[in-house]
Design a binder for this molecule. Sequence first.
Ligand code: C6P
Length: 446
Amino acid sequence: MTSEEGRRNLSSRLGIPDGNEPMTTTVHPITKASGRKVKSPAFNVEAVRADFPILKEKVHGKPLVYLDNAATSQKPRVVVDALMSFYTEFCSNVHRGVHELSERATRAYEAARVKAQRFLNAREAREIVFVRGTTEAINLVAASFGRANLRAGDEVLITAMEHHSNIVPWQLLTEEKGARLTVAPINDRGELIFDEFEKRLGTETRIVAVAHVSNALGTVNPVARIVQAAKRVGAVVVVDGAQAAPHLKIDVQTLGADFYAFSSHKVFGPTGVGVLWGRAELLEAMPPYQGGGDMIRSVRFEKTTYNDIPYKFEAGTPNIADVVGLGAALDYLRELGFERPAEHERALLAYATQQIEKIPGVRIIGTAREKAGVLSFVIEGVHPHDAGTLLDQEGIAVRTGHHCAQPVMERFGVPATTRASFAFYNTREEVDALVRGIHRVKEMFA
Ligand code: C6P
């Protein structure tokens, strides 16, 4: 292969030519007698697992059972390859160089923006701001939109199931502004009590900030309905999509919200990068979040003028490699398709719920009618950390603790839970291993 051919291959793999092309990697194909590759008609979980090298790992001599996907998901080889390609074939800064490498890096970086736009069905690529993750995205909205628009006496309304990342930035903002943080309660299943939410909406409500899916309970919030209610009082809606993006089809135009945030590392991409989507007209009106390179149009000591969106919000050298890796992850998901993996996940969660419900002395925390990805539970007489440690000895990775959602723990009167969280590459056999593990934990404490 000539170096020019190699470059063309790399370019098409990373979507460099026009920013609109998916990567050419074929996901779990089956080969017909004709030799033509077609996609499998049924969801083939074993073939998908083969795309994730880490799933072959052993932990304490046992096959890894990775059920901590809500904390971070594993990465398909195409994502690791994209990082490798960036560093070995076109590592360079973006938007700065006239040389070829810089142009390749810029095209791959901007192609990832278009992929994120498509992933969220955003109207325009300039509505996609690359940030460090969901946490930074929400902080950006609070610091920029919030500081510019909130006045003393105004309110920010959140729900009782929020992650700390969707609580603390609003506390900082409301404290600074003399405004008020109000909280809509949840019921014993872990669902938002909609009437109570509506009662808390008023003309003082400037911002409504809600999780699309709760990381501690798995509850799916009715975001479109929340948006409709919030719009009646003229509030801006910020959606924390960290746990929704790996499981639900996101369409920001249909949801009708104003800002939507998600993290790359939970959608099978690299750590250290994430996306803030915002309506163009809001982003345009907002002041910058941080100052530095790339976010300016011109700098004079007397006055600086700012770049257009989204660059106004991307000060300094961005996380180029990981943005390129995120682009590869979004391509991977696109090629995998949405419906069959989602159906597999739904069936897995239903099966796990059924099996764990049957175990005496185990209580599931979070039994909403609509759930995604997460199964939190407590075992009578066993501290979740002990349960987690014993499960780990069996090669089973779960998260234990408050899951950065201490108010949720308080609401359910528990200090912590054990949380199994699923991805499309998990299997019923892994759920069975978890169930056996829980029985073993109970025996140890009997
Ligand atoms: N939840 C979990 O184990 P970052 O850390 O910025 O990528 O995402 C923060 C975040 C915000 N909102 C929700 C609903 C989340 O679940 C998370 C991250 C992980 O549940 C780590 S605490």
